[in-house]
Design a protein around this ligand. Structure first.
Ligand SMILES: [Zn+2]
Length: 214
């Protein structure tokens, strides 16, 4: 105890009493706010959006473009994968470059549950065809989660884990702030409910923040 008192007194002598106290209280308040924010966002089944390794498999084979945004979508159907959406975009929408997204995250009903599929547009660093509003096709990376979350249903746990890892990786690589991680319907000028009210967009933003604090 005596030793502790000596250390405290030395600290007071060096830093003065108030700065130490103010710093301590400020640290505590910030800690509580961050803690409450995170625990409100994370239900127990969700992984911590900070613990990811690198995702080497998603590196494109050419020089990357300076992407500034991430735009997140749902497929608005229960089943599908990159190949089925590619066919749909070529045949029904007549897009010669096919699949409009950069990444598709499966739900186990088409591709694997939580499997990340990488599109040709991403590999070649081409414009997307997923969000015309606000010029996003030229500046945003488009990620589609297979499923329909309009009625409040959520992506699967594996999809959320994969999505957090991918957002974390891309936000870190391109230095994209969480304010630029948007659901399709949040983009200026868009008029869609995509990716639906069940989609955990706030969680994705936490993953982006975590990447940029490193
Ligand atoms: Zn969309």
């Amino acid at each position: 105890m005596k030793r502790l008192r000596i250390i405290v007194e030395q600290a007071r002598a060096r830093y003065g009493r108030r700065p130490v106290l103010v710093a301590g209280v400020a640290g505590l308040v910030i800690g509580v706010i961050v803690g409450l924010g995170l625990s409100a966002l994370l239900s127990p089944r969700h992984p911590a959006p900070t613990a990811f390794g690198p995702l080497c498999a998603v590196e494109p084979g050419v020089a990357v473009r300076p992407w500034t945004h991430l735009v997140l979508h749902h497929s608005a159907g229960d089943v599908g994968d990159a190949a089925t959406f590619d066919r749909m975009h070529r045949e029904e929408r007549q897009w010669e470059n096919g699949l409009g997204y950069d990444f598709v995250i499966g739900n186990g009903r088409g591709s694997g549950d939580g499997e990340i599929e990488v599109s040709t547009r991403w590999r070649r660093q081409m414009d997307g065809a997923h969000c015309k509003a606000d010029g996003m096709n030229a500046r945003a990376i488009g990620i589609c989660f297979v499923g329909d979350f309009a009625d409040g249903r959520t992506p699967t746990d594996a999809q959320i884990r994969a999505g957090l890892a991918l957002v974390h990786h891309l936000a870190g690589t391109f230095d994209i702030p969480s304010t630029n991680v948007l659901g399709h319907g949040e983009v200026d000028g868009s008029s869609t409910q995509c990716p639906g009210r069940g989609f955990p967009i706030e969680l994705m933003r936490v993953a982006a923040d975590a990447a940029r604090r490193r």
